[in-house]
Design a protein. Structure first.
Length: 432
């Protein structure tokens, strides 16, 4: 479950850090029932895994197996995303037309969760968060962000027409920051899904969502600032679309649309605050490309989890500088039962230095390289064990249960701080 903590309603982010678009939160004390003023931030607990692209599977099929048939809608519009003007004079639709087409597919999401109180009084309290979502099937499947629903005890969805439903969590994936929920409703208006591989820098970008958790259906517009940005969020490296369309807390999980009203991304992050020199940061927002998002959503709808992501099957801990007898680098802390890592004989305290000859100094290096791999591929890990360098071949497997490791080491160890050196030592990152 995610950790919630109080803060002011500001974004304190440096020019090199990017954060998930934070849902708008309020805290209700269980005893008094009074609403507190501060906004609570969702600090997502990151579950890390080795990944590559999910293969564009949703393009290959529009019907999923399982109980009944769910049709995930796909765009049949033009292959390009033309510029759109407020007057409609350009080749695309007007912004008003796009809003009219796309808004019925956008929902408001409110979650409740129990958080642990600290300080003199301690105890627990209920926190409520608000985000956005996009309808992807007419029978009630909705895509949103993992960080919107992570830790939720209840999920309430409000449709464009004001109707409210309690939603069921179908599945969530921390690696991609995608989740799917479902409501018991029919004849809904799903978004027309576009193709994020065909967008271009300068194309129209329109964001529709629920900013601040109180302004459902809000529409902002801009352009595609960059089609692909490698951004690290909560220790996770993601390839995201950059836009200058205004994004605020509560837009998480909402839609990024092109000039034809086609869904091209799921909003999930922004950069704001000030640079180190004091300059104000504005107009830098990010969205998960819809091709990636729909691949993950299809897996979640079919299996409740992502099953086709290749994994090494280890837990890692990164040292950012030399500490006692350990050099800075990426260390294995444990292997997962049934994994390629276990079969290959990888051990705790092995330091990974390269993968297939490519230098590795961080988790992000490893994660980015493995995007091009598939389940069943074999990689060569260069490691240092007991001051001896060696190369070990590892066959990548699919998803594994992280409840079983090959040692008795505790998987829930929290991030530590080395008291002597002040070295940051992030907690174990499971790589299922």
């Amino acid at each position: 479950m995610s950790e919630y903590r109080e803060t002011e309603n500001t974004e304190d982010i440096s020019n090199t850090q990017y954060t998930e678009v934070r849902p708008a939160y309020k805290r209700t004390n269980r005893k008094t029932g009074k609403q507190a003023h501060p906004i609570a931030i969702l600090a997502a607990s990151t579950v890390i895994s080795m990944t590559c692209g999910l293969g564009g599977g949703w393009f290959a099929a529009t019907h999923l197996g399982g109980a009944g048939t769910t049709v995930v809608y796909q765009s049949t519009a033009s292959s390009t995303s033309p510029m759109t003007s407020a007057s409609g004079a350009a080749t695309g639709m007007s912004i008003a037309d796009v809003a009219a087409k796309a808004s019925p597919s956008i929902v408001e999401i409110v979650i409740t969760a129990t958080a642990q109180g600290y300080g003199f009084f301690g105890g627990t309290y209920t926190t409520q968060g608000a985000g956005s979502g996009v309808i992807i099937s007419d029978d009630g499947y909705i895509i949103t962000n993992n960080h919107v629903v992570d830790g939720a005890e209840s999920i309430t969805v409000t449709l464009y027409d004001g109707k409210q439903y309690e939603a069921e969590l179908i599945g969530k994936d921390a690696k991609s920051d995608i989740a799917v929920v479902k409501i018991d409703a029919g004849n809904l208006t799903p978004a027309t899904v576009g193709d994020s591989s065909k967008i271009a820098t300068g194309d129209t970008a329109i964001v529709i969502g629920n900013p601040l958790g109180t302004l459902g259906g809000s529409v902002t517009s801009g352009i595609i600032s960059a089609t692909t940005r490698e951004i690290v969020i909560e220790n996770e490296s993601m390839e995201l679309i950059q836009t200058n369309a205004t994004i605020n807390s509560g837009n998480s999980g909402g839609g990024l649309f092109d000039g034809n009203g086609n869904l091209i991304g799921i909003v999930n992050a922004k950069d704001s605050g000030q640079t180190s020199s004091g300059a104000l940061i504005e107009g830098i927002g990010f969205a998960i490309p819809v091709n990636t998002a729909m691949d993950v959503a299809s897996e979640l709808m079919a299996h409740g989890e992502v099953t086709n992501r290749p994994t090494i099957g280890v837990y890692l801990q990164q040292l950012t500088q030399d500490t006692q007898n350990y050099k800075a680098g990426l260390y294995i802390t444990d292997t997962i039962t049934g994994s390629g890592a276990e079969a290959a004989g990888l051990k705790p305290y092995d330091r990974i230095t390269a993968i297939d000859g490519n230098k590795v100094t961080s988790y992000q290096d490893l994660s980015i390289y493995l995007r091009q791999k598939a389940v069943g591929d074999t990689i060569t890990l260069s490691i240092v064990r007991d001051n001896q360098e060696m190369n070990i071949e590892v066959t990548l497997t699919g998803s594994l249960s992280t409840n079983e490791t090959t040692s008795q080491q505790e998987q829930t160890e929290q991030p530590q701080q080395d008291e002597q050196s002040g070295n940051s030592m992030p907690g174990y990152w499971p790589l299922p």
